[in-house]
Design a protein around this ligand. Structure first.
Ligand code: 3HC
Length: 284
């Protein structure tokens, strides 16, 4: 089956980015949110990202118009019935995802492939809520989606080889680089990145250095584009906290345990860039 119509569930930061790259790559893309308000907000995010690309000279007016023409929004799952591929990017909550996939399975055509953009949940526990675990993969994109080249393609014990092959060629058609991952919580990147970020917080709590010095050291000493605290604020402290808890639950290893300071900051509403304050302050 050739993938022509793509559905994206969720139009938050990741869902909007995924819908944008799919529409730009020529796919008829329908993005679904749970309310008209959230849908309007998410579509606005996609429009302004595409317009920014035009202003920067990365996209022509014509290509921007064409991408917008391929994009539509929905609040009903039924509107995704004819999609060939549906990529889920809703809240990182296993029960919410399982329920959504169960409902989706009943309305989307049998041949369609389902994918989850989960960053830390295992794919198997989502795939088995559907009648098509052989046509179910993880497609894990990175933030900001229009810029980051990697997509982790996660296969489970139940995924058919033909599904993995189709998922890989879809990722390549977006101009991105697929890597194959086993269905381990955190896959490749978060398995290595999350302990590093949590360790940076523990090191700071121990008085190992100032935020600026630790960030500067990792940036200038290792050539990373962002130091750990800038990256934590960028990813979102709440998101990091959810991921760490899921990974700790899975592996029961200390390196995945969220440090007390992370929990306190999330409880206090210091979520990073999105809330105007995390480890650093931001003008909103
Ligand atoms: N949308 C589109 N383009 C964007 C963008 C966005 N949201 N943000 C930045 N860009 C583009 C800019 O337009 C610019 O393009 P140009 O060079 O062609 O003009 C380019 O990216 C560089 O941007 P800036 O010059 O504004 O700033 P930087 O050089 O600091 O780059 C960055 C910004 C690309 C975000 C870079 O700092 C970076 O790569 N940071 C690390 C990001 C990272 O590690 N992401 C992964 C997070 S982990 C994750 O997502 C997994 C999840 O499960 C937690």
């Amino acid at each position: 089956m050739k993938i022509k119509n793509v559905g994206v569930l969720g139009c938050g930061l990741m869902g909007a980015g995924i819908a944008e790259v799919c529409a730009k790559a020529g796919y008829k893309t329908i993005v679904r949110e749970v309310s008209e308000d959230l849908l309007e907000k998410g579509m606005g995010r996609i429009r302004s990202s595409l317009e920014k690309a035009v202003t920067k000279g990365k996209l022509t007016d014509k290509d921007c118009e064409a991408a917008l023409g391929r994009l539509s929004g929905a609040v009903e799952l039924d509107d995704l019935a004819e999609c060939d591929l549906v990529i889920e990017a809703i809240v990182e909550d296993v029960e919410a995802k399982r329920k959504t996939f169960g409902n989706l399975d009943r309305v989307v055509k049998d041949k369609a492939i389902f994918a989850s953009n989960t960053s830390s949940l295992t794919i198997t526990q989502l795939a088995v809520t559907t009648s098509r675990p052989d046509r179910f993969v993880g497609l894990h994109f990175f933030n900001p989606v229009p810029v980051m080249k990697l997509v982790e393609v996660v296969n489970t014990l139940l995924t058919a080889d033909s599904t993995v092959a189709q998922a890989r060629s879809f990722v390549e058609s977006l101009g991105k680089h697929p890597v194959d991952c086993k269905d381990n919580s955190g896959f490749i990147v978060n398995r290595l990145l999350i302990p590093y970020l949590l360790d940076a917080i523990r090191f700071y709590e121990e008085g190992g250095g100032t935020l600026e010095d630790i960030d500067g050291a990792m940036k200038l000493g290792c050539g990373y584009p962002m130091g750990p605290f800038t990256l934590l604020d960028f990813v979102g402290l709440d998101t990091t906290y959810y991921i760490a808890n899921i990974m700790f639950e899975e592996y029961r290893e200390k390196r995945f345990a969220p440090p007390p300071l992370l929990k306190q900051m999330v409880t206090a509403g210091r979520l990073g860039r999105k809330s105007g304050r995390g480890f650093y302050r931001y003008d909103r």
